[in-house]
Design a protein around this ligand. Structure first.
Ligand code: HEM
Length: 351
């Protein structure tokens, strides 16, 4: 790849057998911020060191940063669409926002690789961070989600996966970055398993054993696959998911860690609104009658090139540049729906 084209982090890597999802908050003060910045320059080398021990293990790590911490760590400019996680729904059916400044998405075909890398990365951050959530996910048979249906079938692949997740020239300085939304779900498996397979299939919108999409004539408009199918400018807008089941049977814990990547948070937010509020409102995703979101976070994933360069960022110096009249405001991400992303403007719906 030519030197001036930034390289993405391992966002589009193939689905693996194991994953660790870690969300951490950064302690207040200049010292922790400095430590996190220095760490940004160490991540790639640590992934290389641990990964080389099992070359066939497909070890990778994606690092993301939350809205609240960006200015403290890196100052201006900031990614155009980076804002706090938006909540949707109410009462029992709510996409909640929970604290989180740094996301680590560690993947490999062996849990020992994930475990070792997580240990090294978190060890290097030391007291600068507090881990607020850690989930160890596993592959469940033939990519079955915790609710027993194959998960990931409609993911974009190859060139399409890159196009849907890689920021282009719509946000100068942040090219080859991505946005990622995570939510930890806990399932009521007793309730779910009491449903007939036919009812479950109408909720997901696909057949359970053979994983075939239900015929339009029988697929309800509130099915999970209908509500998460959206279009923009007449074209389907996809996201890239790498969900993993997790749990502790002895504790009655059965979960799905949802993780979705896109080149703007907007399509993922639209899908969440459709699921939690409904399309139209009230026509919500019945999967949520058996699944409760207990965490929620939105993070910006810098390109690998920028991640390394962030180690040398001086947030104060960058802020001076930001004060020039032509520079965009760092304090106010564009929350008005004009996300400045030509290809995603005018997202609409279709079933
Ligand atoms: C309880 C958590 C969830 C579970 C168990 C789950 C499971 C599934 C399953 C089994 C499928 C069908 C196979 C496939 O195409 O992957 C699917 C499709 C999909 N899900 Fe989820 N999902 C969850 C949450 C979410 C969330 C929060 C979003 C987005 C905000 C989402 C977005 C999608 C999309 C875009 C598709 C593909 C739809 C299509 O093109 O047909 N899912 N999910």
């Amino acid at each position: 790849m030519p030197k001036d084209i930034p390289e993405s982090q391992a966002v589009c890597n193939d689905i693996t057998r194991s994953a660790i999802f870690m969300v951490a908050t950064v302690a207040e003060g200049e010292e922790p911020a400095e430590q996190v910045r220095a760490w940004c320059g160490d991540v790639a080398a640590l992934v290389r060191s641990v990964g080389k021990r099992v070359p066939s293990g497909n070890l990778s790590c994606v690092v993301g940063f939350g809205s609240d911490v960006w200015d403290t760590l890196f100052g201006a400019p900031r990614p155009a669409c980076l804002h706090p996680f938006r909540e949707f729904g109410e009462g029992e059916r709510r996409a909640v926002r929970t604290p989180g400044d740094i996301l680590l998405h560690i993947r490999a075909d062996q849990m020992d690789l994930c475990f070792e890398l997580a240990t090294q990365l978190i060890g290097r951050l030391g007291a600068a961070v507090t881990v607020v959530d850690e989930v160890h996910g596993f592959r469940n048979f033939d990519l079955r989600s915790m609710v027993g249906f194959v998960d990931g079938t409609e993911n974009p692949v190859g060139r399409e996966a890159v196009d849907f997740t890689r920021i282009g020239d719509e946000d100068a300085g942040f090219e080859a970055g991505s946005y990622v939304i995570v939510q930890k779900y806990l399932h009521d498996m007793t309730g779910w398993n009491a449903l007939s397979v036919e009812t479950q299939e109408r909720i997901i919108g696909r057949t359970k054993l053979s994983d075939i999409e239900l015929d339009e004539a029988v697929k309800p408009s509130c099915s999970h696959s209908s509500l998460t199918t959206i279009t923009g400018n007449g074209e389907e807008v996809k996201i890239l998911r790498d969900n993993m089941p997790f749990g502790r049977p002895g504790m009655g814990e059965f979960g799905t860690y949802f993780i979705g990547y896109a080149r703007s948070p907007e399509p993922i937010e639209q899908m969440m609104e459709n699921m939690f509020v409904g399309r139209p409102p009230g026509n919500y995703d019945r999967l949520l009658d058996y699944s409760r979101a207990v965490t929620g976070g939105l993070f910006f994933v810098p390109s690998a090139t920028l991640l390394e360069a962030l180690a040398d960022r001086d947030p104060q110096a960058a802020a001076v540049v930001e004060q020039r009249p032509e520079a965009p405001s760092s304090a106010e991400p564009r929350l008005d729906g004009s996300l400045n992303i030509g290809s995603l403007k005018g997202i609409s719906q279709h079933e």
